[in-house]
Design a protein around this ligand. Structure first.
Ligand code: ATP
Length: 347
């Protein structure tokens, strides 16, 4: 089955016009019995991006990543990695491209009583493709890359959580990579370890490596990614550069007024052309101290309405303005809008 590239972007805004995206999937699907764990996913991970693959637990991220790397076969659909066909019925597959892909899916098992360097040496020795002549140099380069050269002789069991995870990433860097795929690399790390891994990912990307990193933490993706793809119940609900996702958010006006005047305030806003106003009580103090009256909050997205027109229109309609602010929606709000549920927003 051959699909045009334009088919690869259904459900997402990211495209691959020059055919250079290191990861492209087309209608990638995985069923486990009756359950559809991954449902017609069209990923496009642009070259040079740090692509945050975001979604709640169980949304299909790991299953997708396992298919990208050829660890499990898809039920349907196709995968191209670094321009080579990796999966898809009836295609001539080229798995040799995996040499240029570093991956951390389930971290390697490290020996607690061996040093970081000795652990990497063991992994090197187990790799039938590795050139033994360059092995010592490559191990040291990988340790240096993750900032562990000075701790190379320390036993693994003495490493902090962040150091352990950096060593795991080093194990994926024993040969130069064009693409790095990291499945939840900060899972279980303390804040310091999380920071270390985040900085490392940013550094690797600055060196030109494309990074696909999965996470269920929005804050993490916001801090280190240039692009984001959101999985929900097996589907890719959006993929975009982070800046575009942010640009698509609409500011809202939030007005505090007396409960009695709230319906009039909503009518004024509506008349000006805002989005549908919502009236709420219980946001902030219930009674305004200056007027000793019950207060309500009226919120509406601003749309094209000129901000300067809002307060004069309210005053002209005799609506008491007890408080007024512009609310910039957070990315969390955007994702709730896309998926109907929130993400954990921090570790
Ligand atoms: N080998 C398997 N057999 C049966 N069901 C599976 C298998 N692997 C995954 N699943 C199911 O597929 C769904 C997607 O799981 P997956 O691990 O891909 O999600 P995830 O987004 O990576 O979540 P998490 O962050 O918890 O790992 C889940 O409902 C999971 O139970």
């Amino acid at each position: 089955m051959t699909l045009e590239l334009s088919d690869a972007v259904v459900g997402g805004a990211t495209t691959d016009p020059d055919n250079s995206a290191p990861v492209v999937t087309r209608r990638l699907t995985k069923r486990f019995g009756h359950q559809v764990a991954v449902n017609e996913v069209d990923l496009v991970v642009p070259a040079g991006s740090v692509y945050g693959f975001l979604g709640p637990n169980g949304s299909g991220k790991t299953t997708t990543i396992r298919m990208l790397l050829g660890l499990i076969g898809p039920s349907a659909g196709e995968v191209d990695l670094l321009g080579a066909p990796m999966a898809g019925a009836g295609r001539r597959l080229d798995v040799s491209v995996l040499r240029r892909v570093g991956a951390l899916v389930e971290g390697p098992a490290f020996h607690p009583y061996l040093s970081g360097r000795a652990n990497l040496n063991r992994l090197e020795a187990a790799d039938p493709y590795a050139d033994p002549h360059t092995s010592a140099r490559r191990v040291d380069t990988a340790l240096d890359r993750v900032g562990l050269l000075n701790a190379a002789r320390k036993r693994y069991r003495a490493y902090s959580l962040g150091m352990r995870q950096r060593l795991a990433i080093a194990s994926a860097l024993l040969v130069p990579r064009d693409l790095l795929v990291l499945d939840e690399p900060t899972n279980g790390l303390d804040p310091q370890g999380t920071r270390e891994v985040r900085h490392l990912v940013t550094d690797l990307a600055a060196d030109g490596t494309t990074v696909l990193v999965s996470s269920h933490l929005l804050s993490e993706v916001e801090q280190m990614c240039s692009h984001v793809g959101v999985m929900y119940e097996g589907r890719l609900v959006t993929q975009q550069p982070l800046t575009e996702l942010r640009a698509g958010t609409e500011p809202a006006v939030r007005l505090r007024t007396t409960s009695g005047a709230a319906p009039d305030a909503a009518a004024v806003l509506s008349c000006l052309g805002t989005g549908e106003p919502a009236i709420a009580s219980g946001v902030g103090p219930a009674v305004d101290a200056s007027t000793d009256t019950e207060v309500a909050t009226v919120t509406a997205s601003l749309r094209e309405v000129a901000l300067a027109a809002v307060v004069p229109a309210l005053v002209a309609a005799d609506v008491p303005v007890l408080g007024f602010e512009i609310v910039e929606p957070s990315l969390e709000d955007v994702f709730v809008g896309l998926t109907g549920e929130g993400f954990e927003i921090s570790g």
